[in-house]
Design a binder for this molecule. Structure first.
Ligand SMILES: Nc1ncnc2c1ncn2[C@@H]1O[C@H](COP(=O)(O)OP(=O)(O)OP(=O)(O)O)[C@@H](O)[C@H]1O
Ligand SMILES: [Mg+2]
Length: 386
């Protein structure tokens, strides 16, 4: 043992695991810095084993406008930690608005009619199903909590406080290895009014500075305090108010979503992996159709599916697009989407094998940093194709 030391320590340092986790989230989530910081902080605490015993690992309340990433953050965490965005136990509180529906969650007592037929959602097995040898952590999401029935509230209060739950048949569920997320749009209407003076959704540039963000945050938190009991609010470890997404955020989200489609195509089974790129005019159109101030990025995926994925799927199904092709997607002045084969060849699988995921990522990165077909050559995958 050494004594008499005077070594300064750095408590802001994060472990590699926590850093990687944070980085992975940053690649997927745009414009929600405070959400990322807060979940990373709790995750680091969990890794260090310092979270309070007999409580959930962390209780989060996510507030803010629709389509701003509240649910996406939880999915992105599942993706980063377990490689699967669906590794989340998700409870839609709107489905439990009547107190008797609670049986769907916890099952009904033995002897009740239908006891055997109910398979409760919130069992220990359900919570633990994604655990790995390395990581015994569960993600539990309660969406739209403002719609929960009284019975569900009582259940929630117990979980948030003691991290235990008793099922209908008296089995105990331990939730001390759970991160619990609750989302609500509460206050989103008032946030919108604040932004637009109730004049609809015309966005005023320069209106969206950080002071505005602070004001919006306060509005949402006050709305939550008015609606939810102090009992509930006191059990929350971190409240995050999601920001309204700005047009520049939405542009970045479009790049991420297109990158995800490209990845999907490159990982598709069968022999039809190919590369596509969208011209700036296609991107503007997708943004126009898929995003707005009111719904954030909520409809972006739908717009991409409709205008990009379905047509591409048709081209593949009819044999017009084949392995290793390079397809350029453009839009004519009168608004028609055009799909042009600019290169064909069987190079992609060879390169995929060589570059694997990175090849796909490079494709997305090339698009993000340049965004133009001509300059696509920067990607190793495409260099060989050209
Ligand atoms: N900040 C963001 N970063 C990256 N993608 C986002 C972000 N916000 C929204 N998206 C995209 O928009 C989709 C819808 O967002 P999400 O489901 O997270 O909205 P939400 O905030 O949960 O809205 P709601 O309150 O209506 O449930 C996501 O699946 C994702 O594709
Ligand atoms: Mg949501």
């Amino acid at each position: 043992m050494k004594t008499g030391l005077n070594t300064a320590l750095d408590p802001t340092l994060r472990s590699t695991d926590a850093q990687n986790f944070e980085l992975a989230l940053r690649r997927k989530i745009v414009g929600q810095e405070s959400a990322i910081e807060k979940v990373a902080e709790i995750y680091q605490m969990f890794l260090a084993g310092l979270n309070a015993p007999s409580r959930p690992v962390g209780n989060f309340l996510f507030l803010g406008p629709t389509g701003s990433g509240k649910t996406r953050v939880v999915e992105a965490m599942a993706e980063s930690l377990f490689g699967d965005p669906r590794a989340v136990v998700k409870i839609d509180c709107a489905e439990f608005q009547h107190s008797h529906e609670i049986a769907k969650l916890i099952g009904s007592p033995p002897g009740y009619l239908g006891h055997r037929e109910t398979h409760p959602l919130l069992t220990q097995e359900a919570l633990n199903q994604h655990h790995t040898d390395r990581l015994k952590l569960s993600l539990l999401l309660f969406d739209e909590i403002e719609k929960a029935s009284d019975a569900l509230w009582q259940l929630l209060l117990g979980i948030l406080d003691k991290a235990t739950l008793t099922l209908g048949d008296n089995r105990r569920v331990d939730l001390s290895q759970c991160m619990i997320f609750m989302t609500s749009n509460l206050g989103a209407g008032e946030m919108n009014e604040l932004l637009n003076g109730g004049l609809g959704f015309a966005q005023k540039p320069g209106h969206m500075d950080s002071r505005m963000d602070e004001k919006l945050t306060r509005t949402a938190v006050e709305a939550a305090r008015r609606k939810f009991s102090p009992e509930f609010m006191n059990r929350i470890d971190k409240t995050v108010v999601f920001n309204m997404l700005r047009p520049s955020h939405l542009e970045q989200i479009l790049e991420i979503e297109l990158g995800m489609v490209q990845q999907r195509i490159l990982q598709a089974t069968g022999n039809s992996q190919f590369v596509f790129s969208c011209t700036p005019s296609v991107k503007s159109f997708l943004l126009e159709e898929g995003t707005d101030a009111k719904y954030g990025a909520r409809h972006l995926k739908r717009s991409i599916e409709k205008n990009v994925v379905f047509p591409l799927a048709n081209l593949v199904a009819t044999g017009q697009v084949k392995l290793g092709d390079f397809i350029r997607i453009d839009r004519t002045a009168d608004g028609r989407m055009t799909f042009t084969k600019e290169a064909e060849g069987a190079l992609v699988p060879v390169l995929l094998e060589k570059y694997g995921q990175e090849g796909a990522a490079a494709t997305a990165a090339a698009r993000t940093s340049r965004g133009r077909t001509k300059e696509f050559g920067a990607s190793p995958l495409l260099e060989k194709l050209g």
